[in-house]
Design a protein around this ligand. Structure first.
Ligand code: NAP
Length: 250
């Protein structure tokens, strides 16, 4: 399978899962533009790493919460590389806290970053992908969408929203050659999970049938699979990648 000749846009590509996705798609031959928010040193590192392996990659600073930024970036990428074939909505944050303590900004920040951004970028690419009669949209969900984790009401609501949104747009866009799917990671070792892993890493591993935490590459491989031309008959699906965490066995 190859992504030679394809153009990809990845949000939140400077660190963690997004970085692995950028590197994986570029290694398969795609030209990759990615968005980061504030960590320009991390973004530069990703660009350098991709270029070192002969890939093509550009980093764009933007806030994914802005609809105007999404429209501008999509149009810039199309102008630069003539198409946009793959969109990976990966940027996301957590602001955990029990409902009794959760302030409105914790709610708004998570919903706008994790869910509104998915609307912003899907909407921005739709016309281009429809005119190409080709597109692969992959949205990052989480197993937290379907698990009752105390302290994650805002995060679970955002990811549940991502899953419902993904299924609806899949139904709307299939006839135009565009698939839309989500990947739902379990516990993946990134900056996002650093604190909880250092506090309870051993306990967490015991709950995972694979007996290890996931790596960003575990998720990037699932994204790569859904991004292929050959995955054209898979749409509206949520692909869980969690080492068996949510299987519910004893
Ligand atoms: P991470 O290491 O914290 O990286 C987050 C990325 O998103 C960074 O590149 C960051 O850019 C970018 N970002 C955050 N807010 C942004 C904004 N407003 N505008 C533009 N970019 C923004 O996170 P991660 O663990 O890789 O998670 C990636 C995705 O996977 C998220 O959607 C998350 O919810 C999901 N997920 C993660 C896990 C896990 O265990 N790690 C599990 C399930 C789902 P800067 O570098 O500039 O800050």
């Amino acid at each position: 399978m190859s992504l030679e000749g394809r153009v990809a846009l990845v949000t939140g590509g400077s660190r963690g899962i997004g970085r692995a996705v950028v590197e994986c798609l570029a290694a398969d031959g795609a030209r990759v533009a990615f968005i980061y928010n504030s960590n320009s040193a991390a973004a530069d590192e990703v660009v350098a790493a991709v270029k070192e392996t002969g890939g093509e990659c550009v980093a764009i600073q933007a806030d994914v919460r802005s609809k105007e930024a999404a429209d501008r970036i999509v149009s810039d990428v199309v102008e630069m590389w003539d198409s946009l074939d793959i969109l990976v909505n990966n940027a996301g944050i957590i602001r955990d806290g029990l409902l009794a303590m959760m302030n409105e900004s914790d709610w708004q920040d998570v919903i706008t970053t994790n869910l509104n951004s998915v609307f912003n970028f899907c909407k921005a690419v739709t016309r281009q992908m429809m005119s190409q009669r080709y597109g692969r949209i992959i949205n990052m969900s989480s197993v937290a969408a379907n698990v009752a984790n105390p302290g994650q009401a805002n995060y679970a609501a955002s990811k549940g929203g991502v899953e419902g949104f993904t299924r609806c747009i899949a139904a709307e866009l299939s006839r135009r050659g565009i698939t839309a799917n989500a990947v739902a990671p379990g516990f993946i070792e990134t900056d996002m999970t650093k604190e909880v892993v250092s506090a309870a890493g051993k306990e967490i591993k015991k709950k995972i049938p694979a007996r290890r935490l996931g790596t960003p590459s575990d998720i990037a491989n699932a994204v790569r699979f859904l991004a292929q031309q050959e995955s054209s008959y898979i749409t509206g699906q949520i692909l869980t990648v969690d080492g068996g965490l949510t299987l519910g066995g004893l």
